[in-house]
Design a protein around this ligand. Structure first.
Ligand SMILES: NC(=O)C1=CN([C@@H]2O[C@H](COP(=O)(O)OP(=O)(O)OC[C@H]3O[C@@H](n4cnc5c(N)ncnc54)[C@H](OP(=O)(O)O)[C@@H]3O)[C@@H](O)[C@H]2O)[C@@H](O)CC1
Ligand SMILES: Nc1ncnc2c1ncn2[C@@H]1O[C@H](COP(=O)(O)OP(=O)(O)O)[C@@H](O)[C@H]1O
Ligand SMILES: [K+]
Length: 481
């Protein structure tokens, strides 16, 4: 079942600097109109969010500066007291230069004292074209400002990765042009952008349709979760099997309960025989198998497995290779990932891996560059879907697609929340969803259930609180408002 539709997903596209450059080239003939609209939309959005006040627009030499000169003109026409401080004038004859020449209002020096005196500073110094560390003069200028609104991205933020290149003062609001950038969602960028609002620049549909977007904000436009149907039966809903260990029962049970509560038709635990009683006592609902794994694998209906939560190294070694040899769809987490450290190729054939940053580094080495690129490389290397967990979770496919998930809550920062996620991924795989879509949907539903549970418990939840929110969370993901 393939449910990914590029057109539907375009609304949640996250634009990379390469995407915007390509776009700019394609609409070269209408770029003056687009910049005019960009500046006007910035001014409009500011007017929607603030009463008139003393505004200082800080402009750089590129198109971001061009947008700034236009915004200054509109606010001034509407009667706001506006001045412009130029960090560096645009190149003569450039589009930004044309916009700068149409600014007839006050110009003031680009110094911290001016920033300090303004009620609101608009950051139009650097945007998508920032290509080296932030000059110190820019750092000092914004550090003196009270309230900052950034056009597109705060100067110094790498829109592609969320990395900051210098001392970037947090903004009150960032106005993303056309669509957000990955850097608006990825830490540490996310913490300095303030509220992110998108300005619609009315880009022609044909140009938008041509965009080869590879990164999206995770949300229901990226996938379709099967809905309940009159002819449902448990095998149609999907069978999930979970390997349980001899010592840490809780982890496998969290995955088990999560898969059950999110709607899997049948969930079974396969555990060492001397641990079976403990599993049965812990969860009377559990179907606990003690037959050897080889035996369980003879049942073709059991094609989706969770391997890792609560498993020791030896247990992972005794289970994961067998599951893969039998051609099963495997969600590998926790113990399975620890076992594979130093022999990452042992994970080839796994459908989805769910490492947090510590597990990821043990598998793929210390992070160099961005998490987004690292997750994407890992997915391609193993030919598997990678869920790189954290406050912002990345879901990377081997073909380069990445969903960035911020639909979550810090209330999820509790041991066991990751085991719940493994059960959800398996349930959606068992329901027939393709691996990347199943993974992205599971992460979103996990976040939704976390938010709902946190709301009820003032933010302090235990993994069990998620279970009874999963039905409604799935429903919210299937039928978005
Ligand atoms: N399709 C869209 O989305 C649309 C986007 N639009 C807008 O265009 C913006 C992107 O514009 P842009 O490409 O001109 O880049 P921008 O950031 O203004 O700066 C480039 C200049 O800065 C310089 N420079 C860079 N880093 C530096 C540093 N650290 N320290 C010092 N200098 C540095 C760099 O120097 P150079 O590399 O040439 O030496 C060059 O001169 C985008 O964010 C959005 O606001 C809208 O107008 C229309 C539709
Ligand atoms: N600050 C946070 N904001 C949002 N989600 C978080 C945050 N911290 C952790 N999470 C989520 O909680 C889960 C924790 O998983 P993990 O670290 O594997 O825990 P465990 O293995 O103990 O179950 C992950 O899905 C992660 O994305
Ligand atoms: K900016």
């Amino acid at each position: 079942m393939s449910c990914f539709q590029c057109g539907k997903a375009l609304a949640s596209a996250l634009l990379s600097p390469e995407d915007t450059q390509r776009m700019d080239r394609e609409m070269a003939s209408i770029l003056p109109m687009v910049m005019e609209r960009a500046g006007m939309m910035v001014a409009r959005l500011i007017r929607q969010h603030r009463r008139p006040c003393r505004v200082l627009v800080a402009c750089g030499p590129g198109n971001n500066g061009g947008d700034g000169y236009v915004a200054a003109r509109y606010l001034s026409e509407w009667g706001w007291p506006v001045s412009v401080a130029s960090f560096q004038l645009p190149r003569e004859g450039s589009l930004a230069d044309q916009m700068a020449r149409r600014w007839k209002g006050a110009m003031v020096p680009f110094v911290p004292e001016e920033a300090q005196q303004a009620d609101l500073v608009i950051d139009a110094v650097f945007g998508a074209g920032m290509n080296r560390d932030l000059p110190e003069a820019v750092e000092r200028f914004f550090a003196a400002a009270g309230q900052i609104v950034a056009i597109d991205v705060p100067s110094g933020l790498d829109g592609a990765t969320g990395a900051v290149r210098g001392q970037v003062t947090p903004c009150w609001m960032s106005i993303a042009l056309i669509r957000k950038r990955p850097g608006h969602l990825l830490s540490p960028g996310r913490e300095i952008c303030g509220e992110v609002v998108c300005a619609d620049l009315a880009i022609p549909e044909a140009i938008m349709a041509e965009m080869d977007v590879r990164v999206w904000e995770n949300g229901p436009s990226l996938w379709s979760i099967p809905v309940q149907a009159a002819d449902d039966h448990k095998y149609k809903r999907g069978v999930v099997s979970i390997c349980g260990g001899a010592e840490m029962h809780g982890a496998a049970l969290f995955a088990f309960e999560a898969a059950r509560h999110v709607g899997a038709g049948l969930v079974r635990l396969t555990v060492p025989s001397d641990a079976a009683l403990l599993y049965r006592l812990a969860s009377p609902a559990a179907i606990v198998d003690t037959q050897p794994l080889e035996q369980a694998l003879k049942d073709e209906r059991r094609h989706v497995w969770v391997c890792g939560p609560g498993l020791g190294m030896e247990e992972a070694e005794q289970t994961l290779p067998l599951l893969l040899k039998a051609g099963r769809q495997v969600v590998a987490d926790a113990g399975a990932l620890s076992w594979a450290a130093g022999k990452t190729e042992a994970l080839k054939g796994v459908s989805v891996i769910t490492p947090h940053m510590g597990e990821f580094s043990r598998l793929f080495g210390d992070l160099t560059g961005s998490r987004l690129d690292a997750a994407r490389r890992a997915a391609a290397e193993l030919d598997t879907v990678v869920i790189l967990k954290g406050a912002d979770t990345l879901i990377a496919a081997p073909d380069g697609r990445v969903a960035v998930n911020v639909h979550a809550t810090p209330a999820l920062a509790v041991a066991g929340a990751g085991d719940v996620l493994s059960g959800l991924v398996a349930a959606f795989l068992a329901a027939g969803m393709p691996a990347w879509e199943a993974a992205a949907a599971a992460v979103w539903v996990h976040g939704e259930a976390g938010q709902r549970a946190a709301e009820k418990k003032a933010g302090w939840i235990v993994p069990e609180d998620l279970f009874y929110e999963l039905g409604r969370a799935r429903q919210a993901a299937s039928c978005p408002a």
